[in-house]
Design a binder for this molecule. Structure first.
Ligand code: IMP
Ligand code: MG
Length: 178
């Protein structure tokens, strides 16, 4: 491992743990949607690695799509404002949608997205997140599939960024306080 990667912090969650969790959640999704079609909606850019892990672990008829939203900018605190930068290309009317997200913090992004997709007459809208940070919660939100619950720290790696960096770390870590 190179030096630059070593300076970012202690490894909290490894690729191996994530692989195991994705397999476990994949089986739950298969049971919950047995005989049905699903649409996985990955939220760019943070969910990029987790989306790949989840989709390859679900043996059901599936299509995928992506949305890009922003609520953060280059700060570590949510602005509470959700903007859609890229909308779906798929018609989700009558479909089972699973939103695949990197982390649920305040819940602002996902409570907005969930009602946005429900208002497009999806049959069901579920949420699958790699990480849950319950201490940050400000909006009521049911999260259906959770990879790992983390402390109220600023997490980076495995898709999660600080100022667009560190998304490529193949593990989950956090920013050390200065
Ligand atoms: P929420 O709307 O506050 O739940 O924030 C959700 C979004 O904020 C996530 O999709 C992430 O992009 C970003 N975010 C929240 N917490 C963290 C973190 O600890 N590290 C990196 N990004 C985060
Ligand atoms: Mg995000």
């Amino acid at each position: 491992m190179d030096r630059k990667r070593d300076t970012i912090g202690t490894v909290m969650i490894t690729q191996e743990q994530i692989d195991r969790k994705a397999a476990e959640i994949g089986r739950r999704i298969e049971e919950d949607f047995k005989g049905e079609e699903i649409v996985l909606v990955g939220i760019l850019r943070g969910a990029v690695l987790w989306m790949g892990d989840v989709m390859k672990n679900v043996d059901l008829d599936m299509t995928i799509d992506f949305m890009a939203v922003s609520s953060y900018g280059a700060s570590t605190k949510s602005s509470g404002i959700v903007r859609i930068n890229k909308d779906l290309d798929t018609d989700i009317e009558g479909k089972n949608v699973i939103i695949v997200e990197d982390i649920v913090d305040s819940g602002t992004t996902l409570s907005y997205l969930k009602s946005y997709l429900e208002n497009r007459d999806a049959k069901t809208v579920k949420i699958c997140t790699l990480l849950d940070k319950p201490d940050g919660r400000r909006a009521e939100i049911d999260v259906d599939y959770i990879g790992f619950t983390v402390d109220d720290r600023f997490i980076v790696g495995y898709g999660l960024d600080y100022d667009q960096k560190y998304r490529n770390l193949p593990y989950i870590t956090y920013l050390e306080e200065e």
